[in-house]
Each structure stands twice: as structure tokens, then as C-alpha cells.
Design a protein around this ligand. Structure first.
Ligand code: ARG
Length: 441
């Protein structure tokens, strides 16, 4: 029983199971498959069961295998023979598929709201850091200076795609399998569209075999969750690095960190590390579900009972993660001076110097070579580029004039990237404004 039963974990579908049964019963009554009297009793019984479950008074039994049989048995205990009529014209196969869709629809709606909350926290932080300069990186090497808000806006955009994916998946979740019965449909005169309307489904599944065997919607949800977690994991990786003494770009609020049990000086970024770690777990569930489905013949097989634990865990993990991540972002402390110092140290305006020479007529390849020599010289002198004298610079190229200095500063470099998607302060400000207005729609 311990091996075959699912009641220990599928009891969390109880409210959705009852919701489905109420709609099914209403349809059976309308179609005169059950009497009005039986219908009344069934409703009364199901509502009582709801109360028992909420009040933790309901006795779940492993002898009754799963959530569906537990509830049906209790219904019969309460109202007698009419309780046995609730299963007319349906099977647990279309019942469980309906429950999972009702459950996931709610999870997806909540996920979308939580993503919006994190986007809001991200925008708040970005709006306060438009003029904060950080070294943009490629290969984890200092590349070009960017506005810190621009960097944060990149995460906002990732979340925007995550949100869109969850929103789009909703229409494939929100269709009714009930009526498929075991796999072939039923001989009772059922009205599936009526049930769909009661349960707020946008349509009914068109093929009864597909209706009971399809788990695409769960895999799709897990895949969307994996991408979301992948984004939060990348971000976490940056928070971990930025908060280390090698960077010191930010401080993560104490409540998201722990001390070391042996090294008194340490503050460990536990929360972002766990986000990174839990991403592995969500990705693992995706592989579980794909593997669960890959060799199943149509239609329903008991294998499908294994879909629940991974999906519940994915849903719980992304919900907890979005929650704690949003709070962590809202309490992040930014250290702008350190960010700017790092950008200066890394010769991050070298490209601007090369671009300057190109605008004065040199080819980009030649300019690249000239600037490489200047950077090497500056490193030897332990100076940054804007610290070199004009006369010194002119030794490397006659094209260099005193107007060069406005390009060699971090601010000048940033301001020159003034096009859609660029990091100039004006563009970043506009992008944040746009994001803010999209979010409030
Ligand atoms: N507990 C089962 C599941 O989770 C419900 C469906 C059982 N159907 C069956 N024919 N045994 O999939």
C-alpha cells in the first residue's frame, strides 16, 4: 500500500477535487442523470467534507489509496447511497487530470503575481542607481562601464520573458479533460461545455484519449520554472561575487546571511547560494517528468501518479524563491564608490579611445593596436587612461587631441552609448520609465 498509494501527497489536491465533483454533479443533475434530491445531498456532503479538511478533522486513509477514493468514501458515509452516484460518467483518470489543471492554473496565476513583485523591487533598486557606474563584464573581465541600473534592467527583461511564458502556458492548462472518463468517453448524455463553464475552463479537450494521457502542461510549467530559476541562479551568482571582499560592490542584508560556525569574521550569502542550489532540484524534476512520459503508451498509466511530487515541489520551490528573492533585492545595499573604482581600474574606456581614433579616420584594426599599446603603457605607469597626459597620448597617435578626455571618463563613455538598448543614462532612464508603465498595466 505504501508503494502504490498516493494519498500522502495528493491530498493537497482535495479542494480542487471537490470543486470538480461539485461541477460534475451539477451537470449530472442538469442532464437528469441523477435526481435533484441526490444532487442536494451530494452538495451538502461535499461541503461538509470541505469543512472537515480545512478543520484538519478529515481522516485520510492509505487503505483508500488516493485523494479521490478517500473523498468519495467519506461522501457515501455522510449521505449514503447518493454518494456512490457522484462517480457516474467519469473515471479517476479524467478526474485527476482535471484536478491537476485546476491546481496548476492557480499556481501559475500566483507565480505571475510574484514575478511582478520581483520586477517592482528590481525597478525600485534600478531607479535609485541610474547614475551608479559599474564595470560591465565579459568573460568576468572588466569590459566597459555601464550604469548599474542598466545591468538590473537586464534581469527585469529576463523576468518579463518568464512572465510571458507562464501567461502563455495558461491557455494550454485551462482546458477541461473531464468527460473523457477512463479514455474513450462515456455513454451518459454529458454536457462537457457546461462543466467547463462552471470550472472557468476556456474550452474542453477535443480528444478523450489525449485528455487522460496528456501531461505536457506539467512539463511546460516545469520548463518555465527551470528558466525562471536559471535566471535567479545567475543573479544569485552575481550577488555572491559582488558581496565578496574581492568585489565589495554590494552588501546583502544580514537576515539573508549566516555566520560561520568556526570563522568569526565570515558572513555567508546563504540565501543566494540556496537559490543557486535549488535550481538544480527544479531542473532535476524537469528531467524526471520528461522521463516519466517518454515511453508511456496511450492512454492513462499509473506511472502518471509520479507526476505529483515533482510538480508540487517545483511550485513550492519557485514560490518560496520568488518570495525571499524579492525581499533580498529590496534590502540590498549598493556600494557605488567601489563599483566605480573597479571600472576605473579595468581600463574600461579603452574601446572609447579606439572609437575616437576611428572617428578621426583610422581603421578600427589599427586603432585596436594603438590602444593596446597605450593600455600597456598606462599599466606600467600605474595610471588609468584619463590620468595620462595629452603629450604622452599623442606619442602613440597624432590624431589624439585634447577633446579625447571627455571620452576617456567613465561618464563620457556611458553617455556616448545613446541608442535603444544602450547604457547612456538618458536611455536607461527611459527604459525604466517604460518598464514601470508596462508593469502598472
Ligand atoms: N492516484 C492516481 C494518479 O495520481 C489517480 C488515477 C488513478 N487511476 C487509475 N486508473 N488507477 O494518477
Amino acid at each position: 500500500k505504501r508503494y502504490t498509494a498516493s494519498v500522502n501527497f495528493d491530498q493537497r489536491l482535495a479542494m480542487f477535487d471537490i470543486e470538480g465533483s461539485l461541477a460534475h454533479a451539477a451537470m449530472l443533475k442538469k442532464q437528469k442523470v441523477i435526481s435533484a434530491k441526490d444532487f442536494k445531498l451530494i452538495i451538502k456532503g461535499l461541503n461538509q467534507i470541505k469543512k472537515e479538511i480545512i478543520g484538519l478533522k478529515f481522516k485520510w486513509s492509505i487503505d483508500l489509496e488516493d485523494v479521490h477514493l478517500n473523498i468519495e468514501k467519506r461522501l457515501t458515509q455522510i449521505v449514503g447511497e447518493p454518494g456512490e452516484r457522484i462517480h457516474t460518467g467519469r473515471s479517476r483518470n479524467d478526474q485527476v487530470a482535471t484536478d491537476m489543471r485546476l491546481y496548476l492554473r492557480e499556481v501559475v496565476d500566483q507565480t505571475i503575481d510574484q514575478i511582478k513583485d520581483l520586477q517592482r523591487a528590481t525597478l525600485n533598486l534600478a531607479e535609485n542607481n541610474i547614475m551608479t557606474i559599474m564595470p560591465g563584464m565579459t568573460h568576468l573581465q572588466i569590459a566597459q562601464p555601464v550604469s548599474f541600473a542598466h545591468h538590473l534592467h537586464a534581469y527585469y527583461e529576463m523576468l518579463e520573458r518568464d512572465k510571458a511564458r507562464f501567461q502563455d502556458s495558461r491557455k494550454r492548462i485551462n482546458i477541461l479533460p473531464l468527460g473523457a472518463a477512463a479514455l474513450a468517453g462515456t455513454s451518459y448524455p454529458i454536457d462537457r461545455k457546461f462543466v467547463a463553464k462552471l470550472l472557468k475552463f476556456e474550452g474542453v479537450m477535443e480528444n478523450s484519449i489525449d485528455a487522460v494521457s496528456d501531461r505536457d502542461f506539467l512539463i511546460e510549467f516545469n520548463a518555465n520554472a527551470s528558466l525562471l530559476m536559471t535566471h535567479l541562479s545567475r543573479w544569485s551568482e552575481e550577488l555572491i561575487m559582488w558581496s565578496s571582499p574581492f568585489f565589495e560592490f554590494i552588501e546583502i542584508s544580514d537576515s539573508f546571511c549566516t555566520g560561520s560556525s568556526i570563522m568569526p569574521q565570515k558572513k555567508n550569502p546563504d540565501v543566494p547560494e540556496l537559490v543557486r542550489g535549488k535550481t538544480g532540484r527544479v531542473n532535476g524534476h524537469l528531467v524526471s517528468l520528461l522521463t516519466l512520459m517518454k515511453a508511456q503508451p496511450l492512454a492513462y498509466n499509473k506511472d502518471n501518479q509520479e507526476d505529483k511530487e515533482p510538480i508540487f515541489d517545483v511550485a513550492d520551490t519557485i514560490s518560496d524563491t520568488l518570495n525571499i528573492f524579492t525581499e533580498m533585492v529590496s534590502k540590498l545595499i549598493v556600494l557605488p564608490k567601489n563599483m566605480e573604482a573597479a571600472a576605473l581600474k579595468g581600463y574600461s574606456t579603452a574601446t572609447d579611445l579606439a572609437d575616437y581614433l576611428v572617428k578621426k579616420g583610422m581603421t578600427f584594426r589599427e586603432a585596436h593596436g594603438v590602444v593596446a599599446k597605450i593600455v600597456k603603457f598606462a599599466i606600467d605607469q600605474q595610471s588609468d587612461l584619463s590620468g595620462l597626459e595629452l603629450k604622452t597620448l599623442q606619442k602613440f597617435s597624432k590624431l589624439i587631441d585634447k577633446d579625447i578626455f571627455k571620452f576617456l571618463t567613465l561618464k563620457g563613455s556611458i553617455q556616448s552609448r545613446n541608442h535603444i538598448g544602450g547604457t547612456s543614462f538618458t536611455r536607461v532612464k527611459a527604459a525604466l520609465k517604460q518598464a514601470r508603465s508596462n508593469l502598472s498595466k
